[in-house]
Write a protein that binds this ligand. Structure first.
Ligand SMILES: Nc1nc2c(ncn2[C@@H]2O[C@H](COP(=O)(O)OP(=O)(O)O)[C@@H](O)[C@H]2O)c(=O)[nH]1
Ligand SMILES: [Mg+2]
Length: 580
């Protein structure tokens, strides 16, 4: 290990001891919460617990050898609508175009940038493998164009760059845009939300702050105390317009979110250095005070976890004070017909089935619009190619098959990659309907619990993962019924070559049609499988949630003392965690 690394560890350990109180309080609470959630079967807290454990783990372990002496890394997430200038912003901090930018959604994969002496990129694959790459090749893994639908199966790309020397301990995270045309990008960013340390939300000066932006900021504030807004592309506005947009945005924020979030104008094209000043100060602050910041973030996350847990415990406590008969009644009133698992199950099955039935038609009709051009292209290519083919009919036919296999496969693959985003409508609409159902379910459950027991549960931390369908292997299948080419020795080619060439050409349209329909089928299977996965995840959520509430209500009998004690303990622990 290099000397700096060894020294780094020494310093790190010292730091860890210094910040011992908060960490030990945090780990005590976490331990307590996970024990409670096991004891009471509060499965819905699992994800939040896991995130907090990771964060706590990070605070104890040196994350990167390249950050000597810096025991902690704070992730600063750049979030915002697609095309709002996230990647451009990070590039302008680096001073070099490392991240792909563009007029179409270009970022597929989460990319993190931190300080390193020499520039380089490390690609981590979904299977856990890591490969080092030249910094100029980072784009090969990040951009939608070079890595469509993340077919390279990359989990994250880490970019190390000397320009970040001024922000030690900070890691800027570029995310695929929220609200992008590619629903999946939105998913990736949102799934990642619980990990956010601090966040910069980009809002393009071209369009007013939207409901999506507001929802994102609301969500974010549950995960991090530190949010900054960046009004990007201000070079597109005059200075009066800028003032107006800033005023409008601040008013909207105050009205909708009721908190003052700092807003900074930015441009990568005009007066960048000037505009960058205050943002640099801010990042520097975050980086210098990262121990304190880290503590704040950890505290914030553990607080919201404990609040969720307390909500459930209070539910248990209230119910424990009732008689058995009352408890049974309560359960009936709370878990009404609308919250009945079987009914929700059949509803979600119906939604999924209705969408699944439409998938095929959707894909087929989209591909149909491409068929004419596709056929023409194949025929033109073939026409150009055939005159170079020599030999008897048997050889000619083999050549034809080979040519078709190679070219049709390639063209179909290209078509599939280019167009497959258009096939996802039924998947998206399933996601939207099922999310809506889940929200209704959760709201109703919360409302019932609050109105009947007077206990308010914390908002849940649920995500539905959308499994992205994989690209099918497009294989060419032979389509000839009768092998007349076996009679090749009977056929004088100097007379019939033209006849067969025309015959081959005439076959192209139906071969294309068959293969497009096969492609549609392959995508249909994949998309519908993803639809089923969303449905099953949602059902698991409903089951877990109902079983949590059911168990809390039924098993609380005679445990009020124990539960009160646990609640008190948690509250005491929360106090030890300190204000923040
Ligand atoms: N005029 C102007 N255009 C910008 C600025 N920043 C980014 N853009 C353009 O906005 C588009 C989207 O940028 P990108 O960084 O890819 O956005 P992302 O999707 O949020 O990462 C690109 O065409 C950029 O050239 C800016 O400060 N001024
Ligand atoms: Mg981008």
């Amino acid at each position: 290990m290099p000397l700096a690394g060894v020294l780094g560890r020494g310093i790190m350990q010292q730091k860890a001891t210094q910040s011992y109180p908060i960490q030990s309080a945090a780990s005590l609470i976490l331990h307590k919460v996970s024990e409670i959630s096991r004891r009471f079967d509060i499965v819905s807290l699992n994800r939040q617990i896991e995130v907090a454990e990771n964060l706590l783990g990070k605070s104890k372990v040196e994350v990167s050898e390249n950050l000597p002496g810096k025991s902690k890394v704070i992730d600063v997430a750049i979030l915002g609508q697609f095309k709002s200038g996230k990647s451009s912003f990070i590039n302008s901090l680096i001073g070099e175009k490392v991240l792909p930018i563009g007029a179409i959604p270009v970022t597929t994969v989460i990319t993190r940038v931190h300080y390193e002496k020499e520039p380089r990129a490390v690609v981590t694959y979904l299977d856990g493998n890591k490969v080092e790459a030249h910094i100029n090749d980072a784009e090969q893994f990040i951009s939608e164009e070079k890595n469509p639908g993340n077919e390279k199966k990359v989990e994250v790309v880490d970019v190390g760059h000397p320009a970040f020397e001024q922000y030690p301990g900070l890691r800027l995270v570029d995310t695929p845009g929220l609200g992008s045309a590619f629903k999946y990008n939105t998913e990736t960013s949102q799934e990642w939300l619980p990990e956010v340390g601090a966040a910069i939300v980009t809002i393009s000066a071209e369009r007013p702050i939207s409901e999506n932006d507001l929802n994102l900021i609301k969500d974010l504030s549950r995960h991090t105390p530190k949010i900054i807004l960046l009004l990007t592309k201000v070079d597109l506005l005059s200075s009066e317009q800028q003032q107006e947009v800033i005023r409008f945005s601040q008013n909207t924020l105050k009205r909708e979110i009721n908190s003052e979030i700092p807003l900074y104008p930015y441009s990568t094209k005009l007066q960048t250095d000037l505009l960058r000043g205050p943002i640099d100060d801010l990042l520097l602050d975050l980086s210098l005070n990262r121990d304190a910041e880290f503590t704040n973030i950890l505290r914030h996350k553990i607080r919201s976890l404990v609040k969720s847990c307390l909500g459930y415990l209070e539910l248990a406590l209230t119910s424990s004070l009732k008689t058995d008969a009352e408890r049974e009644d309560l359960k009936k009133i709370i878990l009404t017909e609308k919250l009945n698992y079987d009914i929700i199950e059949s509803e979600l099955f119906l939604v999924a089935r209705e969408n699944m039935q439409k998938t095929r038609t959707l894909i087929a009709s989209h591909l149909e619009t491409k068929r004419g051009k596709f056929t023409k292209k194949m025929m033109t290519l073939l026409k150009k190619e055939m005159p170079t083919w020599k030999g008897n009919l048997w050889q000619l036919t083999r050549r034809y098959e080979e040519w078709l296999e190679e070219n049709l496969q390639k063209e179909l693959n290209d078509l599939s990659k280019k167009e497959h985003r258009h096939f996802f409508d039924t998947l998206n609409s399933t996601y939207v309907s099922i999310s809506r159902s889940l929200n209704l379910f959760r709201n109703l459950l919360d409302k019932n619990i609050e109105s009947i027991l007077g206990v308010k549960l914390s908002p849940p931390d649920w995500d539905l993962e959308v499994p992205e369908p994989t690209q099918p292997d497009v294989a060419f299948t032979k389509v000839f019924d009768f092998h007349f080419d076996l009679l090749w020795f009977l056929i004088p080619m100097f007379i019939f070559r033209g006849v067969f060439q025309r015959h081959f050409l005439r076959q192209v349209p139906s071969i294309v049609e068959i293969h497009l329909s096969r492609l549609a089928y392959q995508w249909e299977v994949r998309i519908n499988k993803s639809i089923e996965k969303i449905r099953d995840q949602a059902l698991k959520y409903v089951r877990d949630e109902l079983s949590t509430v059911d168990k809390l209500l039924s098993r609380s009998a005679g445990r009020s003392k124990g539960i009160s004690h646990t609640i008190q303990e948690l509250r005491d622990n929360l106090e030890k965690l300190g204000a923040g």
